[in-house]
Design a protein around this ligand. Structure first.
Ligand code: UDP
Length: 407
């Protein structure tokens, strides 16, 4: 009987990376655990191409009750270039009244709510109507850092990046100062306070779900569960949850082209849904590909408009060296649209992935047995890259890292 099933509400923050793993979590709860799941989609402005595709395919699967909430605009509160943590938590604050009334309109009262790390502002709704509250995090080591951040704040004086030694997180591998996540770079900034607040809220939740598995993160999971300083929050390794490669993905010309290439010969290049390179980095990468004669598929986005002198408009192809496309016609493909990444990583011709180390991409690559070249850009990607190199599934590129290339 429908009404006897546990009913969970899942509310990811905007963004493809958050949506993709939350949909998979919901699908598993329904298909494997006999839950009923109401899935609220929160959008900033409007759905991106990637978000639209994910929502459409989740609707077609018919496992989740999907409710798309009216888009939120926080441009009056936060600037266009404000950091991810500040912007997304502001969106999740702003959605509260709409979400509150949408939840109270549900026929079946939910027993639990699941948000991601940016969604802790909506957990107050769970307190009001007595739902259990869970936070779904991506990778384990950055999770340990955020849970421990309120203690670090008391332990450490001055800026973390000025310390003489790596950041100590009990029981876990210490965090190299060059890998420290963006919100911890400047303690005077609002983003830092938001990060601490999120860490505190997560410690007060009924549990944290994390997209990993026991063998991949044995040390970190044990530390969070047993060491002092993480609060007494329960942590559950529920991964790996990745988007399955589906036959539904329209048979794009990319896959036809891959069919023609030798086995494991193609380098797939993508920096996720938000990562961008600078104009100069695009030029250098293009020359590198051409000079090495390496086969490639490159998902290319235009650079962020920071440097007016390098601005060549919104068409990403304008940033490639002149004649690059014709000279590399037989060597590779440049894609400016949304790429079928899961299908590309599953293809036998794909030999390696030059990646920004977003956690979804990392898991997709690990599970499809595709080695990575790590080019982390922002958020927790540098920590992910270090972890992946240590696990022997990635090598680090020698390219100088950048701060703030996305998100
Ligand atoms: N993705 C895709 N096509 C693209 C770019 C990204 O299918 O052109 C998918 C990718 O497979 C992954 C997600 O979008 O599932 C990106 O998540 P990730 O955590 O790797 O990076 P984020 O976008 O959150 O930085």
């Amino acid at each position: 009987m429908e009404s006897s099933k546990p009913h969970a509400v899942i509310v990811p923050s905007p963004g493809v990376g958050h949506l993709v793993r939350s949909i998979e979590l919901g699908n598993r709860l329904v298909a494997d655990q006999n839950f009923r799941v109401t899935f609220f989609v929160v959008l900033e402005f409007q759905a991106s191409a990637g978000e639209s595709q994910l929502i459409q395919s989740a609707i077609a699967q018919k496992l989740l009750d999907i409710v798309v909430l009216p888009p939120v605009d926080v441009s009056g509160q936060v600037g266009p270039n404000s950091p991810t943590f500040t912007r997304l938590t502001a969106v999740m604050q702003e959605i509260r009244p709409t979400l509150r009334s949408a939840i109270s309109d549900l026929k079946l009262i939910p027993t639990a709510i699941v948000v991601d790390v940016f969604g802790t502002p909506v957990l107050e709704i769970a307190d009001e109507i007595h739902m259990l509250k869970y936070v779904f995090a991506s990778s384990a080591w950055p999770l340990a850092l955020i849970l421990y951040a309120p203690i670090l704040d008391k332990e450490v004086e001055g800026e973390y990046v000025d310390l003489k030694e790596p950041l100590r997180v009990p029981g876990c591998k210490s965090v190299r100062l060059e890998d420290v996540v963006d919100p911890l770079l400047d303690r005077t900034k609002h983003e830092y306070k938001v990060f601490l607040q999120v860490g505190s809220e997560m410690r007060r939740s009924d549990g944290v779900l994390v997209n990993t598995w026991e063998d991949l993160d044995t040390r970190t999971l044990k530390a969070i569960r047993e060491e002092e300083g993480f609060g007494s929050v329960s942590v559950y390794a529920v991964g790996p949850l990745i988007k399955p490669a589906g036959p539904s993905a329209s048979r794009s010309e990319l896959l036809d082209w891959l069919d023609e290439q030798p086995i494991e010969s193609v380098l797939y290049i993508s920096f996720g849904s938000l990562g961008v390179l600078s104009a100069q980095q695009i030029t250098e990468l293009a020359w590198g590909l051409e000079m090495s004669q390496q086969r490639f598929i490159w998902v290319l986005r235009p650079p962020r408009k920071k440097d007016a002198s390098a601005d060549r408009g919104d068409d990403a192809l304008n940033y490639l060296p002149e004649g690059f496309l014709s000279r590399t016609q037989k060597l590779g493909l440049v894609v400016t649209q949304w790429a079928p990444q899961s299908e590309i990583l599953c293809h036998r011709s794909t030999g390696a992935f030059l990646s920004h180390c977003g956690w979804n991409s990392s898991l997709e690559s690990i599970l499809r047995g595709v080695p990575m070249i790590a080019w982390p850009l922002y958020a927790e990607q540098k920590m992910n890259a270090t972890k992946l190199v240590e696990e022997g599934v990635a090598v680090r590129s020698k390219i100088a890292p950048t701060r703030g290339g996305g998100g």
